[in-house]
Design a protein around this ligand. Structure first.
Ligand code: FAD
Length: 386
């Protein structure tokens, strides 16, 4: 006879571990199956936005490398917008440490987590769900698919495939640790490096994570743009490890969220922001929402798929749709008009008011515009370390 759970979660990334932790805290009997052995790396820039930090609480501090209050956006020829938050706007970590930390949280809450255990089939039998993990058969009242952007469970459940874009990055190590210092107090976002996307530089303890995302489907041009970006910042003599390239969701829709007793969370449901690439906060939020919907259904409430879909559509999809609309607008405007617009007197004040109201800069702060062609330099461009 197969082992029986209230909930089986497939995948122990941020979505799966957050779902399992919340479900176990709500008293469900939960098993998580993760195909990799932890600690493992996962291709990611490891940036935790203020929204993700708000969901995690202070225990996440132990895996944080840098708490950063300043973001420098290059938006067009010689125009940089510098946002300095009153508090941390982004913290950096590595996915090796972060995912291990989240899995430990799930285990402490009472979830059973098995590593090196790939789930190779899942079937919704109406009254329950059955899976095969290796040669074992297990069943549960519900299944949460948290198997990431390349996950196969959605397909097994008959849901439509995700539309994909891509991201690529390298780890770039300095020749001496003092070379890193000029990069430690901010993240750099450069919209000029890739059409329809952007480049990032995120500082870690001993290296920089430098990458690009967006635009068309993942291809060799992503890697080429990473190299160009590294050169552009005068880092060609640093040691480059990588490149690492992965698809990212390019669109979002409610069709991929749930079907019958299978609820899909995180990247598997396409819940990463297609413009910013940010997916960790939505993974945590969607994982927790699914767990709560299942608890309510087991207590005699509405069907878990309907509850989960309704909440994700109300709380997560609008944040992503807003970002898509904004991204399309900015890209349609193009770097020339955008740069010219930012030179209009009073624009910094207007944006300062508006930024915290956008999903991605929930921390208030100060904004300066460096329109260096006007001879005004409030935010110096990054100096290339010599
Ligand atoms: C290059 C890059 C940079 C990024 N940078 C950022 C960033 O800075 N900040 C941010 O917020 N987001 C970022 N993202 C997005 C972020 O990485 C994802 O949104 C996030 O990892 C999604 O979490 P998840 O738990 O849904 O999926 P994942 O983290 O992909 O976890 C899925 C897990 O499922 C396991 N799995 C898959 N199939 C099976 C199976 N059959 N059986 C058992 N286990 C299985 C996998 O091994 C994996 O551990 C980035 C993405 C990329 C590609």
């Amino acid at each position: 006879m197969s082992e029986r759970f209230d909930l089986i979660v497939v995948g122990a990334g941020p979505a799966g571990s957050s779902c399992a932790e919340r479900a176990a805290r709500l008293g469900l009997r939960v098993a998580v199956f993760e195909k990799e052995t932890f600690p493992r790396s996962k291709p990611c820039a490891g940036g935790l936005t203020s929204r993700a930090l708000g969901l995690l609480g202070s225990s996440a501090n132990k895996v944080i490398h840098h708490n950063i209050r300043t973001s420098e956006f290059s938006v067009g020829p010689r125009v940089t917008v510098k946002w300095t938050g009153r508090d941390t706007i982004i913290a950096t970590t590595t996915r090796k440490e972060f995912d291990q930390y989240l899995a430990e949280r799930a285990v402490s809450a009472g979830a059973r987590v098995e590593f090196g255990a790939a789930v190779n089939s899942a079937i919704d039998l109406g009254a329950h769900v059955e899976i095969m993990a290796g040669s074992r058969s297990l069943s549960a009242a519900y299944l949460v698919a948290a198997d990431g952007v390349r996950g196969r469970l959605m397909g097994m459940a008959g849901m439509p495939p995700l539309k994909l874009s891509g991201a690529a990055y390298a780890r770039v190590f300095p020749n001496t640790s003092s070379d890193l210092e000029p990069f430690l107090d901010r993240v750099i976002i450069d919209a000029t490096v890739r059409g329809g996307g952007y480049g990032w530089i995120f500082p870690k303890k001993d290296h920089l994570n430098i990458g690009v995302c967006g635009g068309a489907t993942l291809g060799p041009d992503h890697v080429r743009d990473v190299d160009r970006f590294i050169e552009q910042h005068g880092l060609g003599s640093w040691r480059v490890e990588g490149h690492f390239a992965r698809p990212t969701p390019a669109a979002v829709g409610s069709a991929s969220l749930a079907k019958g007793r299978i609820l899909v969370v995180g990247d598997a449901a396409g819940l990463a922001d297609p413009i910013t690439g940010e997916g960790i906060s939505h993974s945590i939020a969607s994982g927790r929402m699914a767990a709560e919907a299942i608890r309510e259904a087991l207590d005699g409430g509405d069907d878990a798929s309907t509850t989960y879909r309704g909440r994700a559509v109300a709380e997560i999809l609008p944040v992503i749709s807003h970002s898509i609309r904004l991204g399309r607008f900015l890209h349609a405007l193009g770097p020339g008009p955008l740069s010219a617009g930012l030179r209009i007197p009073g624009m910094a004040g207007l944006l300062e008011f508006w930024m915290p109201r956008m999903g991605h800069a929930s921390v208030g702060g100060r904004l300066t515009i460096d329109a260096s062609s006007r001879g005004r330099r409030t935010a110096p461009h990054v100096k290339s370390p010599t």
